[in-house]
Design a protein around this ligand. Structure first.
Ligand code: AMP
Length: 232
C-alpha cells in the first residue's frame, strides 16, 4: 500500500509524456508540477508558499515608515516623523536591536537620552544593555538641582538640563536621540555628561541627516546611526 502511494506521487511530479512535452514547437509546453510539503502540487514557476518574500532589508523597511513633514516646525525644515515607525513593533525591534548589537559586550554604565524622542529609544536601550537611564531635558522640567547648557539646533535656540550628580565620575556613557541633524543637541548633552566627570564613549541615533554635518561635529567619538538621509 505504501509503495503504491509513493508510486502515485512519483507519477504526479514526472514530466508529461505527451507530444507537447516531446519537443512540439507548435503547442505550449505544460508547466512541470512539483510536489509541495503538504502533498499538493503546484506549477514549477509558481512561488513556493514556504518562500518568504523579503524584497527590502530591515532598515529599508524602517525607512519606509519614516514620514517627511515639510515646513515643520518652521518653514524650510523637512521634519522626519518617526511615529509610523514607532507604531510598528517589528520596526521598533529592528532599530533597537540594530543599535544595541553595536554596543553589546562593551562596558556601558549609562544611557543618556535626550528629550523627548530620545527617551523612547534611550530607555529601551538602557534595558537591553543593562545600563542606567539618565534623562536630559528641556529647561524647567527636572524637579531637583540641575546642570544647564545652552544650544542651537537645526531649527531652534534652546538649553538642556540634567540633574546634578546623575553620573558617577568616570562613568562610560552613550548619548541617544532619534535624529542627528547639526549635532548641536547631542554635543550639548555630551557637555553635560563631561561636566559631571563622565565619558561619552558613543552616540546612537535612529536617523542621521548626513548633509548637516552632525557626525563631523561629534567626532572623534564614535557615532552609530541606523538610517541615513539621503540614502547612500
Ligand atoms: P541637531 O541639534 O541639529 O542635531 O538636532 C537634533 C535634535 O532636533 C533632535 O532632538 C531631533 O529630534 C530634532 N531634529 C532636528 N532636525 C530634525 C528633523 N529634520 N526632523 C526631526 N527631528 C529633528
Amino acid at each position: 500500500m505504501a509503495n503504491k502511494k509513493a508510486a502515485t506521487a512519483r507519477v504526479s511530479s514526472a514530466r508529461p509524456t505527451s507530444g507537447a512535452g516531446r519537443g512540439s514547437s507548435q503547442r505550449p509546453r505544460p508547466s512541470r508540477s512539483v510536489a509541495s510539503r503538504n502533498g499538493a502540487t503546484r506549477r514549477a514557476d509558481e512561488p513556493s508558499p514556504f518562500q518568504v518574500a523579503r524584497p527590502v532589508s530591515s532598515f529599508e523597511y524602517c525607512r519606509s515608515l519614516i514620514r517627511d513633514v515639510p515646513d515643520f516646525p518652521t518653514p524650510g525644515i523637512v521634519f522626519k516623523d518617526i511615529t509610523p515607525l514607532l507604531a510598528s513593533p517589528r520596526a521598533l525591534h529592528i532599530v533597537l536591536d540594530g543599535i544595541a548589537e553595536r554596543f553589546i559586550g562593551e562596558h556601558i554604565d549609562a544611557i543618556v537620552g535626550i528629550e523627548a524622542r530620545g527617551f523612547i529609544f534611550g530607555g529601551a536601550l538602557a534595558a537591553r544593555l543593562n545600563a542606567s537611564f539618565v534623562p536630559v531635558r528641556k529647561p524647567g522640567k527636572l524637579p531637583a538641582d540641575v546642570d544647564r547648557v545652552d544650544l542651537v539646533t537645526e531649527y531652534s535656540r534652546d538649553a538642556l538640563e540634567m540633574h546634578k550628580k546623575s553620573l558617577q565620575e568616570g562613568a562610560r556613557v552613550v548619548v541617544v536621540d532619534d535624529v542627528l541633524a547639526t549635532g548641536g543637541t547631542a554635543s550639548a548633552a555630551a557637555t553635560l555628561v563631561r561636566n559631571q566627570g563622565a565619558y561619552v564613549i558613543g552616540y546612537a541615533f535612529v536617523v542621521e541627516l548626513t548633509m548637516l554635518g552632525g557626525r563631523e561635529r561629534l567626532l572623534p567619538v564614535r557615532v552609530e546611526a541606523c538610517i541615513a538621509y539621503p540614502p547612500a
